[in-house]
Write a protein that binds this ligand. Sequence first.
Ligand SMILES: NC(=O)c1ccc[n+]([C@@H]2O[C@H](COP(=O)([O-])OP(=O)(O)OC[C@H]3O[C@@H](n4cnc5c(N)ncnc54)[C@H](OP(=O)(O)O)[C@@H]3O)[C@@H](O)[C@H]2O)c1
Length: 301
Amino acid sequence: MRAIQIDRFGTPEVLDLVETPRPAPGPGEVLVRTVASGINPVDDKTREGAIGEGAPPLPTTLGWELAGVVVDGGDSPLEAGERVIAMSHQLGTTRGTWADLVALPAEAVAVAPRAVSLVEAATLPLPGLTALQTLDWLAVSAGERLLIAGAAGAVGGLALQIARARGVEVDALVSRDAQAGFAREHGAGLVSTDPAAFRGGGYHAVFDTFGAFVTDAVADGGRYASIATQAGPVPDLSARGVRTTVHQVREDGAGLAELARLVDDGALRPRVHATYGLQEIRAAHERFREGGLAGKIVVTF
Ligand SMILES: NC(=O)c1ccc[n+]([C@@H]2O[C@H](COP(=O)([O-])OP(=O)(O)OC[C@H]3O[C@@H](n4cnc5c(N)ncnc54)[C@H](OP(=O)(O)O)[C@@H]3O)[C@@H](O)[C@H]2O)c1
C-alpha cells in the first residue's frame, strides 16, 4: 500500500510516497481505508525536525487524522463499508494516517458525519478534538464569557462554533481582517486584531491557540488554557485564583462522535481551503507553510 513517509528531517522535499506493508489489525482494532486527511501544524513540525525529544524514530509515516471507510471492523460495532473519522496520536504511537490502510483502536474511531463529504470530514479530528477537550477543561457554560485567541484558525474556528452552540458568549482575537469576518459570521461579539482590546475584559475563560498569553483578559478565579505547546507554559496565575493548563490532545472516539453530531445538526461547519492528491504531498506542505489559509489543506487518497 502507499504511505507518505520521511526518513530524514527537512523541507517538504523529504516527503516521499513509498510502498509499505499492509497493516494487520490487532485485537480491538479496526482497519480503515483512508479517503482524505488534513495537514496540521504538528505534521509540519515533525517533518522539519522541530519536535525535539518526542520525535518519532525514522522512517515514519506522518499524519494525525483521517476520514475513510471501514475495511474490517474486527469485534467493534463498526461494519465494513461504514464511513468513519479518526485521530491517531502519531507522535505517541508512530501510527501515521497518511497511508492507504490504517489499523486503529476501535475507541479512537467514530462514524463520520452524514451531512458532509469525507474530504470535509477529514478536517475535523485533530483540531476538533483539541477544541472540544480544551473547552471541556475550561468548563465554560451557557451565558459565560470566553475569549478565543486565534479564533479563525483550525482549532480556534471549531472552538468558536462549538462554544456558540453551547450558548457561550465568545469574543475573538484574530490576526487579519479576513479572519475577523469569519469570527463575526460565526457569532463572535467583540472581534479585534489588537490584544489590548481585551485587556481587563474579565473573561470567565480564555482559550489561547497560538501563545498570545493575554492573561490580563481573564477574570480573577477564571480559567486559562493554551494549546501552543511550543510557546511554553502559561504564566503562573494562581495568586489571582486562575487555573491554567497547556492542553495535550488525546485520541477520543466519543469526542469524534460529538463533533459528527454537531456537524449533522448544522452547528459546526468544516472548512477546506484546498485539496491535493497524495502525489502532490510536497506541494500541499508548501501551501500549508505559506499560511494565509481560510480552512484546512486536505490530502486525498
Ligand atoms: N497541544 C495540542 O494538543 C495541540 C493540538 C492541536 C494544535 N496544537 C497547536 O496549536 C496551534 C494552533 O493550531 P491550528 O491547527 O489551529 O493552527 P492554525 O490553523 O494555524 O491557527 C492558528 C491561528 O492563530 C492565528 N494567529 C497566529 N498568530 C497570531 C497573532 N499574533 N495574532 C492573532 N492571531 C494569530 C493564525 O492566523 P494566521 O492564519 O493569519 O497565521 C491562525 O488563525 C499550533 O501551534 C498547533 O501546533 C496543539
